[in-house]
Ligand binder design. Structure first.
Ligand code: TYD
Length: 210
C-alpha cells in the first residue's frame, strides 16, 4: 500500500510520520518512509538546488522539472521496489504537491502536469492520501516560530500559499476514495490518532484497535 501525506507548509506532516510508521510496525506491517523532495543520493542533490536561498531566480518551469526529476529517481530506486515486496510505503509529499504548488499555486495547466507526473512516476499514484489541512497564515507562522527550516519556497507570497491550500481541498473533495481530509489544528496526539484510524480503515482485513 502506498500512502502519502500532503498539506500546506507548517501542517505538521513531518513530525507525524515517524510515530505513524512505528505504530504500523507494532501492528506487524513492514513500513518504509520517504520524504520529498529527496530520498535518494540523486534526489537529495536536486533537493539542495530547489531549496537553496541563493536560487531566487529559479523559474517555475525549472522548479517543476526538478521536482519531477527528484521524484522519478525516488520512485524507481525506493518506492516501487518496496511496494513490490508487499511493504507499506509512506511518503511525506508526492505528486499531489506538484499539482497543488505548481498547478494551483503557480497556475500551470493541471492536465499537462498530470501527464508530466505520469511520465515521471511511470503512472504510480497513491492508494491513500492523508491531507493535513491548516489555515495558511497559521501554518507559515508555525514554521517561522517553530524553528522549522525556512526555505526559498516558503518565501512565496501569502496569496500563493492560499491557492495551494484551496487546490488541495479541491483535489481532496474531487476524489474522496483516495483522499482523507484531517484537521491539522488539533493537538499532535489527536492528529496522530486520526492518521492511524484512516490507515487502518483502508488496510485490507483490518479491525480498528486504536
Ligand atoms: P520542505 O521543507 O520539505 O517542506 P514541508 O516540511 O512543508 O514538506 O519543503 C518542501 C517545499 O517544496 C514545500 O514548500 C512544498 C514544496 N513542493 C513543491 O512546491 N512541489 C513539489 O512537488 C514538492 C514535493 C514540494
Amino acid at each position: 500500500m502506498f500512502i502519502t501525506l500532503e498539506g500546506p507548509d507548517g501542517s505538521g506532516k513531518t513530525s507525524q510520520i515517524k510515530p505513524l510508521a512505528e505504530f504500523l510496525r507494532e501492528q506487524g506491517y513492514s513500513v518504509i518512509t520517504t520524504c520529498e523532495p529527496g530520498g535518494t543520493f540523486i534526489s537529495d542533490q536536486v533537493r539542495d538546488v530547489l531549496k537553496n536561498l541563493k536560487n531566487k531566480s529559479m523559474h517555475p518551469r525549472t522548479e517543476i522539472l526538478l521536482f519531477c526529476a527528484a521524484r522519478a529517481q525516488l520512485v524507481e530506486e525506493i518506492i516501487r521496489p518496496h511496494l513490490a515486496q508487499g511493504e507499506i510505503v509512506i511518503s511525506d509529499r508526492y505528486a499531489d504537491s506538484t499539482l497543488a504548488y505548481q498547478g494551483y499555486g503557480h497556475g500551470y495547466d493541471l492536465d499537462f502536469l498530470k501527464n508530466l507526473l505520469d511520465f515521471a512516476t511511470g503512472g504510480l499514484w497513491p492508494d491513500l492520501t492523508l491531507y493535513l489541512d491548516i489555515d495558511v497564515e497559521e501554518g507559515l507562522n508555525r514554521r517561522r516560530v517553530g524553528g522549522g527550516e525556512w526555505n526559498r519556497l516558503d518565501d512565496y507570497a501569502l496569496s500563493f500559499h492560499r491557492r495551494v491550500r484551496c487546490g488541495y481541498l479541491e483535489m481532496a473533495q474531487n476524489n474522496p476514495t483516495r483522499w482523507q481530509i484531517l484537521d491539522a489544528c488539533q493537538s499532535p496526539h489527536e492528529v496522530q490518532d486520526a492518521l492511524r484510524k484512516a490507515i487502518l480503515k483502508k488496510l485490507p482485513g483490518e479491525t480498528l484497535h486504536t
